[in-house]
Design a protein around this ligand. Sequence first.
Ligand code: SF4
Length: 412
Amino acid sequence: MTVTDSPTTAPFRPLGSPRVLAGISAGRALTWAEHRAIHGTPALRARAWLTDAARAVNLLGRGGASFPVVVKIEAMPLGGPMTVLVNGSEGEPASYKDRALMTVAPHLVIDGALVMAHALCASGVTIAVHDHLAHAALTRALAERPDAGTVVLAHTRTGFVAGEIRAVVTGLNTGLARPGGRRELPHDHGLAGRPSFASNVETFAQIAVLARLGPAGYASTGSRDEPGTSLVTLVGDVVQPGVLEVANGTPLADLLPGRPDAPVLVGGFHGTWVRSTAGLTIDRAALRASGSPLGAGVIARPLAGTCVLAEVAAVSHWLADQSAGQCGPCFFGLPALADDVRAFAAGRGSDAQLLRRAGQVRGRGACAHPDGAAQFMTSAIGALADDIAVHRAHGSCGRPPSSIFPLPRRTS
Ligand code: SF4
């Protein structure tokens, strides 16, 4: 198990024709001139145009919740002071896609934010970012542009829960990065108490691409139900570890060659372990319907010949330690759940007890952390049933731990 203070850098490349990663061939950011040669200047559109376009291509947010962009636009007021918030506080330890995108394509993220600000007549854009490489790339990009006068960078804290959008808003408003509650939504009460259109950095890059290509051009790749592309972070035994841009509709099997029955984690540390990826594609609605949402865009498969249960137990304890400590079911419930998972790794454990405890934390926190952590733990029990049986029979499987996930030290 790797314990890190800063994110591991990861290679990134497209699988097929790139869009948000167009022109990226190395780990350096595109300059303003290079960016314009590929993407042109931002295609500023009216609110009605952008609303219709987002609806036409079923544009979904690229953060964990996959919220429809059109719903967020329509939730914003038609006038008065408002702002745009780009959430670059990627707290999911297994995901690097947002940090990679801000580092190599900062201008496209800025373009998307400016497109949205123009459409909404917002007074400004705030980009919240904690990663120092991404911050440096955005700083250079803003200095290069003649149209960045209303864009500010805000340094946020690292952390799984601290990266959640409501925690980011609260952190920027008060200095204390804790989720304010599930009903506290940025479009009602965002930065400085103003309505804020808030979304993930990749969402804004996709908005820039949509504004330039128009709905028909945008829908020339991807699936019928979800046109376009997505960035995913591939971890472990995969076609290539790192950040990839894939057309929506790509079968997961294309990303995970061989071993069709090996357990796979879909979505990240708030994701779902599945026993088989047969029939699964990069399609947010379909994955959600199958019970394994794409979440933070992480697809991970442990290496063959390693103990997955040991890693699940370690991540479970890390998840329990991420509680912000303001909700009892989360603060007390997740450590008990993590102990249950550790018992499985030690050849003991009770499915019924784990499921009962998971039911006691779900939906009872001020944020979705307990729900996501419980999903990670309970789904492992089904997907790793064979491994659990071996551990019960012999006390362990005798294999070395699978160590594919970095676990950052807690800083918030
Ligand atoms: S649910 Fe957990 S992580 Fe979320 S605010 Fe409450 S204590 Fe913090």
